[in-house]
Every structure is written in C-alpha cells, then in structure tokens.
Ligand binder design. Sequence first.
Ligand code: HMG
Length: 440
Amino acid sequence: MTAVGIDAVEIWTGNLKLDLPGTFAAEKGEDPEKYTKGLGLNASSFPDSYEDIVTMGANAAHRLMERKGLEPDDIGRIDVATESAFDNSKPVSTYVAGCLEQVYDGDFHHANKGERKFACIAGTQSLDDACNWIRAGRNRGRSALVIATDTALYARGDAGEATQGAGAVAMLISEDPSLVELSTEQGYGSADETDFLKPNQQFPSVDGKRSVQVYLARMREALEDFESVAGEVHEDDFVYAPFHTPFPGMVRKAALLAFRHVIRDTPTEDELAEEIGRQPRPEAFDSDEEYRDALREYMDALKDTDRYAEWYDATIDPTLTISRNVGNWYTGSVHVARASALKHALETGRDLTGEKLLVGSYGSGAQAEIHAETIQDGWEDEIEALNVDEQLDDRYEMTWEDYEEIHDVHNHEMDVDVEEFTTPSEEFVFDGWGRMGERK
Ligand code: HMG
C-alpha cells in the first residue's frame, strides 16, 4: 500500500503573549510555581484584535503553500478543525479558501471543503479523513489541506484561564509524505461526558478537575484498543509519544497513568490495585478527590524510579517544549506536540528516519484516539523550515490591562476601543464583519 501521511506542516501563533508566572500570577496573587511547576506553563499565545481562527488558519496555510510551491489546483480538499467556529452553517474552510484566493491566480472551486467538530480531537479526525480520502483513491493526484485553528479562551476567573492559548497548525496530507506516514491501526476510547461544553456560548463551561479524569480514562481505553489491533506497546517501540496537551502537567499525568505499563518493571494493573487498595479507575472511588489523592501517592513513587524518569525525559518531555510557551491550542495542540518532539530531535542531531511516534489525541465530550506514525526521510528539511521560535520571540507581551482589553474583544464586545498591539504586515487580518480576511 502507498504510504499516506503528513507531507509538511506550518505553525502560526497568535501575535500576543501573556506571561503566566509573572503578569498572571501577580494579578491572581498565586505562587508562580503553580503555573511553571504545577501546570507546566510559562506563557500563553493570544490573538491580537485583528486575528481570529480564519486569519490564523489562512496565514498558516498560505505559508505552507508558499514553502511547498503549491497552487490551488494542487489541493483537492480543505478541512478545518475548530471548536471556536462563529458560523453554524458555512464552514470555516470556505472563509480560509476565500482568503487564499486573494493571493493566488487560481481558485479552490473543485476542492471539497468542510469543518470538523469534536472538541480538540477534531484536528486528528480531519487528518484521518484526509488520509482515508487518499487511500480510497479519490484525490486525483491532489493533496489535502488540514487546518486546526482555535482561540482557546476561557471566561475570566475560570480555572481554565491559566491554560488559554491561540494558534493554528496547517498540514499537507499526501501520498509518499516527507514527514510522517500514519498507521492504519487506531485505538479509540469514547464515552458521553459533560465535563467541557460550549452550547452556543463564547467561552466553555468546564468541570476542570473532572475533565482531567475523563482524559486519563479515555486515553487508557484508547491505548488498550490500539494494542488489541496493533499488538502490545513497549517502551522502545516509539522515539516520542506526542499527546494532546491542554497544559504539560496533564500529559505528565497521562504518561504516568495511561502509559505506565509500557515501561518495563512498573507494576501491573493488579499490583497497582493492591498498592492503592482498589482498582485504579475513577469509578472505584467515592469521589474524584479521593481517586486523585490515591493516584498522586502512587505516581509520586513511580516517577521517582530511574527507569520511569529516563523514559519520560526521552519520550515525553521533548513533546512539551512549545506548549509550555503557548498554552492550549485545542485542535492544534497534539500537532504542536509532534512538531515540538521532531524539533528537539533536529536540535540534538538525532537521525529519526524509519523510527515511530505514538500519537495520543483527545477531545472533551469525550474521545481519545491512538495511532502510530513512521518518520519519513524528508523530516529534517520539513522541521528545519519551521520558524516557530522566531514567531514566539516576536509576540508582543501584554500587560494585565492589555490582557483584559483583548479578552473583551474576543468575547465579541466589539465596541471596546482596541489598540493594535502588533503591526501586521503581509498577513491576513480580520478587518470587521463583512470585510473578513483582507491581507495587509
Ligand atoms: P486549578 O484549580 O487552577 O489548579 O485547576 P490546581 O489547584 O488543580 O493545581 C494545578 C496543579 O498545580 C496541581 O498539580 C497542583 O498540585 C499544582 P497536580 O496535583 O494536579 O499534579 N500546584 C503547585 N505546584 C507547585 N507549586 C505550587 C502549586 N500550586 C498548585 N505553588 C485545572 C487546574 C486543570 C482544573 C484548570 O486549569 C482547568 O480547569 N483547565 C481547563 C480544563 C482542562 O484543561 N482540562 C484538561 C483535560 S480535558 C482536555 O484536555 C480537553 C480540552 O483541551 C478541551 C477540548 O477537548 O476541547 C480542555
């Protein structure tokens, strides 16, 4: 079977930055280490007043098309994954195509366009749809453009406020890809959950503590399901394991709890049950708090073992570098984690061609998915082309007052008198309703 997967990737961060241990912690009167050590975050990316999911998605896609020398005729499909959509009928992909048509001679009239929704996992679902479209032989030699774009903002004062973020990831899906080939084996863990909802509202209603437990339970199920089709997973099978990263502390827990059996010499489920007095599942405890305390005790002991620490430092920690500085990008988050890991490999001179990644995606509501990816021999050039460090350094750092103002703007309080904190040049900008996506 022909290899199908991600040929190239581009990342576009929101142009503003909020410092968490500094500005945010000071305003909230919290210990900065709650953010840096507890959640594992240093900063969040925010959209400036002229940025939204369309502009960030179109900017990422445009950069990708330019770098790969593509024209609209080369693209047979544009899928946008987002949970920040503003239109219940017209998909965001049509707005993005409209932006791109301003700068190319051709158009996307023969490209199939759609929008995918399932919280954060929609980015991976779109990737999957695009791969299946190619595998089914419907692509007529063309590639798919998959864009994961979100403004992941929470209401002010919500516990999730510290984990906010904004950015887009554009991926080109092709036959014989240069970056990674996706496995056809997949595992799922899915259940009807109500821990994170946005029913016709701008900011989510979240039961944050419960959402952490749901993530862990679904991820564990997905891994078991994956193993049932792909065989048992062992610690040396994968060079990195990028997971959905709402904040790095979440992945620290997932690596420990959902993946502990991957590491040799760690207790089995039954041994763990014996150690904590019952099955290590939320339903075996009277409350989420009790479950959390029991697990924390167990995990503290496990993470102090050399074997675990070595695996974590090599396989998980490098996936979190970008996330620490940008926060949650919802649909883009797991794709940022993959880029972060491969960037680490490039910087440390590792040759990864033919090696495998274990990718864990998650969306509230809830569903986790696990698949494997095989790194292709063009990966170094593709990752070298990313300018993510430059983008992060160029962000304008907001004061607390700037932050409150920009947060109101993105809550659609459009009458707020907004300053542009950064000056856009050569990028798509939101210029008011009806004049969307003009290029400055
Ligand atoms: P919180 O109440 O702000 O924080 O909520 P906390 O008190 O639980 O503290 C966080 C961690 O910092 C804890 O670590 C503390 O111990 C530690 P843990 O015990 O959990 O390992 N801590 C400190 N460490 C060092 N020094 C200190 C200190 N103080 C505390 N001084 C919560 C945290 C995650 C609930 C909140 O941020 C939230 O509601 N976030 C939004 C929901 C979320 O991100 N959930 C994650 C799973 S669901 C998901 O990933 C899906 C999602 O992306 C949406 C989608 O799919 O669409 C969100």
